[in-house]
Design a protein around this ligand. Structure first.
Ligand code: CP
Length: 309
């Protein structure tokens, strides 16, 4: 039986380096399969999605992924049109959706929501973003992108820039990177520094520096992972306005970067990467979004097939 069969995907912390490499191998297999063979992988399987927060990439890439491997999808993307509006609980909604599908994808504003859903669901639950805590399938996509574009992960110098306090992708990515031999530089406004309590375990496995100055390491980085300042998670708009626009990656900054460095972003972006950076060889964030469909297809194929595919 493969390690992922019939299992929830809740936290990136639950995976080993070997398991990441297995996912990467299956992702390559998905990319290289002809469309007809790909459609056999999850033929007749149904994915359901339940999104309590807005999403473009995660929800649509899951839908595109299951469709590409022969399955179908149904779900709730606008919670106001569901019976949640009548007061139905998350537990009951999850129980009902797991009756109608083979795997359930959940995004929810509360930390711990996916783990709770997994306890009440009769089908595997995939965390598509829980509070400020985790976004594990984004991290798998990010690690795959780094490996694909840089041909390795070990030995790289990686800068993570922006909202390190509220950005859940950062915590999942740091946790994933802690399985590799990398140097990490965290760059954020003082008020948006990484939450030390949330990286207590990660700190034992990975070394990193913290800084407010993006220029300090820019000429030495192989990967710059840029994040959006998460306005919706600030308790006070005044505090958001103080840090809005703190970092903008523009063509001027690109001049200082290594020739072969790459820029990633989980997206959506606001103003933290200038649009004219998109056409440069450094910009890999749209490629990263495309890899998200393939890594999710691989995860679904492994979750829904006992012996892999
Ligand atoms: N990266 C990401 O989670 O994007 P969405 O919020 O659009 O799903």
């Amino acid at each position: 039986m493969n390690d992922f069969y019939n299992k929830d995907i809740i936290s990136i912390k639950d995976y080993t380096r070997d398991q990441f490499e297995t996912i990467f191998d299956y992702t390559e297999k998905i990319i290289n399969l002809d469309p007809a063979s790909r459609r056999e992988i999850c033929k007749g399987k149904t994915l359901s999605y339940l999104f309590y927060e807005p999403s473009t990439r995660t929800r649509l890439s899951f839908e595109a992924a299951i469709s590409s491997i022969g399955g179908n999808s149904l779900g709730i993307s606008d919670i106001s049109s569901s019976s949640t509006q009548k007061g139905e609980s998350l537990a009951d909604t999850v129980k009902i959706m797991s009756i109608y599908s083979d795997v359930l994808v959940l995004r929810h504003p509360l930390d711990g929501s996916s783990r709770f859903a997994a306890e009440v669901s009769s089908k595997p639950v995939i965390n598509a973003g829980s509070g400020t805590e985790e976004h594990p399938t984004q991290a798998i996509q990010d690690l795959f992108t780094i490996k694909k574009e840089k041909k390795k992960i070990d030995g790289l110098k990686i800068g993570i820039v922006g909202d390190l306090k509220y950005g859940r992708t950062v915590y999942s990515l740091l946790s994933g990177l802690s399985n590799y031999d990398v140097d990490v530089h965290l760059i954020s406004p003082e008020s948006l520094r990484i939450r030390t309590d949330s990286i207590y375990e990660i700190k034992k496995k990975i070394s990193f520096t913290e800084s407010t100055d993006i220029e300090e390491y820019i000429d030495d980085l192989d990967v710059i992972y840029v994040t959006r300042i998460q306005k919706e998670r600030f308790p006070d708009e005044e505090e958001y306005l103080k840090v809005k626009g703190s970092y903008v990656i523009g063509l001027d900054l690109l001049q200082k970067m290594k020739e072969d460095s790459i820029i990633l972003h989980p997206l959506p972006r606001l103003d933290e990467i200038a649009n004219d950076v998109d056409k440069t060889k450094h910009a890999k964030y749209f490629q990263q979004a495309e890899y998200g469909k393939h890594t999710r297809a691989a995860l679904l194929g492994l979750t829904l097939n006992e012996n892999g595919f």
